[in-house]
Ligand binder design. Sequence first.
Ligand code: NAP
Length: 266
Amino acid sequence: MPPTRLVLIGDPVSHSLSPKFQSAAIDAAGLGVKYEAMKVSSADLEQVAQSLLDESAGGNVTVPHKTAFSRLCGERTATAERTGAVNTFWTRDGKLVGDNTDVAGFDAAARELLGEIPPGVKVAVIGAGGAAAAVLAAVEGWPGAKVRLFSRTLERSEKLAERFADFVRVDSALQTALAGATLVVNATPIGMTDDSVPLETEHLPRDSVVLDLVYRPGGTALTRAAHGAGHRAADGRTMLIEQGARSFEKWFGFAPDKRLMRAALG
Ligand code: NAP
């Protein structure tokens, strides 16, 4: 049974565009389901998860609850298990089922930017949180790909890299992580609320391509700087739409109109 209520759980959720573009697709399909942002504190998360289960709701989970919510799900898809994080859920047989569509969303965004994924591609990932875990789970499916991972908290990179040890190496300096990369991914929130950047473009390898997971109308300071320095670059809007379209499919069993979703982002 498709959910009759959808929520986006986060704290804070004010920056998220998901209610806007999901509602556009839901309304266009005539589904009559409301999708609402719900600000939930960590202390209330377990109780909220129980009441969502009781009312057979579905939805998305965003910063900072993806990992904690994953533990509250009675069932997780293989992708949610691999990342340790849930961004999409629904209810089935009296259980919350958790999935992670950020993985396929990132994969689609990277393919849009790179075209075919080159065999043995070298990827630099900045950040070691939930989004970085989704990036690693996607890159794991790219033949021969190697990742160099940098984050400001070395222990966090090391802990994440342990789970993907076959192809991920941790660097303690950003410039070392960037060296030789074909694809550079910003998986930190830097640039989300202002024009700060996670790296200086002079440190980007020649011909490297930048995928900033942060999304902002008009692009991010990082994508603007990368374009200015002659690099191909995109912000997180494609990933956002692609992960959202996959969430929609999980809830309703058919694909949404992605052009409508994108138009609703403005
Ligand atoms: P997270 O779990 O909180 O992890 C954030 C990571 O960034 C951590 O490694 C953190 O380091 C680092 N970081 C945070 N602030 C920093 C700063 N000022 N300087 C340097 N490093 C910093 O968050 P997340 O879920 O991975 O999300 C990261 C970003 O990706 C968010 O902006 C989110 O909106 C975006 N995202 C986009 C999509 C999409 O569809 N486009 C999907 C998922 C996420 P510490 O461990 O040291 O705090």
